[in-house]
Design a binder for this molecule. Structure first.
Ligand SMILES: [Zn+2]
Ligand SMILES: [Zn+2]
Length: 310
């Protein structure tokens, strides 16, 4: 039996094994050494967050009978995608595929924050009033379906080895549970880990109610994209214990912790100032340079409010 056949016939046990293994470890770690005190009932949050995960896996099987690995097998058979064209060593193709797929997940995450209608879907992940291992798997069904379509498209363009897709999905699943962990990691170790993986302290910044903080640290797996593209923020202003987690406009359990409310979140409320097309330059900010400033820098600061470059 070759590697692809082995993966195809054992995909489910491989995935479930890693899922329950990492989940159990993180849950235990959260019990022994929690980072923050939970705001809401753990029993209610866990039942509903995991209920959403269960519902999603059921609907995904219904809508997409073929999984990402079957897409990679298909791309291989049809000679589709970059790595089915260029001749590189197997391990290079595996490594590069995992890194490129992680980049697209990062890009997708930036996109669901930037595009107002997609942010409505992604709000379900952020509306959790606490941040723990179950937050890492809590996404609206429509966002899950969208990300599968994007993943299929990336696989068709990339033509990754089948094993790379499995490695990527298992690793991403594990790191998502790890970096949503309500766990305490010593600062020195956190700094080291951050060189290669997104840590809980790094991702917690992204779950802040503050707009500038939630628009930082989009990475789920590799921490490099945020540093490379300018969205990295080391720590939350308020500190990890005192910072407020969630979304300003969703603060009650009915919406944030119960499954029916979570499923309805994308369809309620108006577009808020958080949306990218609602942002305004506040008058109080420093004025942009005017034409005369650019010609003669000594004249900077002599202009009155309202005298802006237009
Ligand atoms: Zn996000
Ligand atoms: Zn998150």
């Amino acid at each position: 039996m070759n590697l692809n056949d082995f993966i195809m016939s054992n995909e489910l046990p491989i995935r479930l094994g890693f899922f329950f293994g990492v989940f159990g470890l993180m849950a235990l770690w959260e019990l022994i050494n929690p980072r923050r005190q939970l705001q809401t009932s753990k029993a209610i949050r866990w039942a509903n967050n995991l209920g959403l995960v269960f519902l999603n896996s059921f609907i995904v099987r219904l809508v997409f009978p073929a999984a990402a690995v079957s897409m990679a097998v298909f791309a291989g058979e049809q000679n589709l995608g970059l790595f089915n064209y260029i001749d590189v060593p197997f391990w290079v193709a595996v490594l590069a595929s995992v890194v490129v797929m992680d980049f697209f997940i990062w890009l997708q995450h930036v996109m669901v924050h930037a595009v107002p209608v997609l942010w409505r879907l992604h709000r379900v992940h952020h509306a959790d009033l606490d941040f723990d291992v179950t937050t890492g798997a809590r996404f609206h069904t429509l966002e899950i379906l969208l990300s599968i379509l994007i993943k299929f498209a990336v696989i068709l363009l990339l033509g990754p080895p089948v094993v790379a897709v499995v490695v990527f999905e298992v690793v991403l699943n594990a790191t998502a549970m790890f970096n949503h962990g309500n766990v305490r990691i010593p600062a020195g170790l956190d700094r080291l880990l951050r060189l290669i993986v997104v840590t809980p302290d790094m991702h917690r910044v992204h779950h802040s109610v503050e707009d500038d903080e939630t628009n930082s640290n989009f990475g789920f797996n590799l921490p490099w994209w945020d540093r490379l593209f300018g969205t990295y923020r080391a720590q939350p202003r308020g500190g990890h214990e005192a910072m407020t987690i969630g979304i300003r406009t969703f603060r009650v359990d009915n919406w944030c912790s119960w499954l029916p409310g979570m499923l309805a979140i994308p369809f309620v409320g108006k577009v808020e100032d958080y949306a990218i097309n609602r942002r305004q330059w506040e008058q109080t900010h420093e004025q942009l340079p005017t034409h005369s400033d650019l010609v003669d820098p000594r004249s900077r600061g002599r202009h009155h409010a309202g005298n802006r470059l237009s």
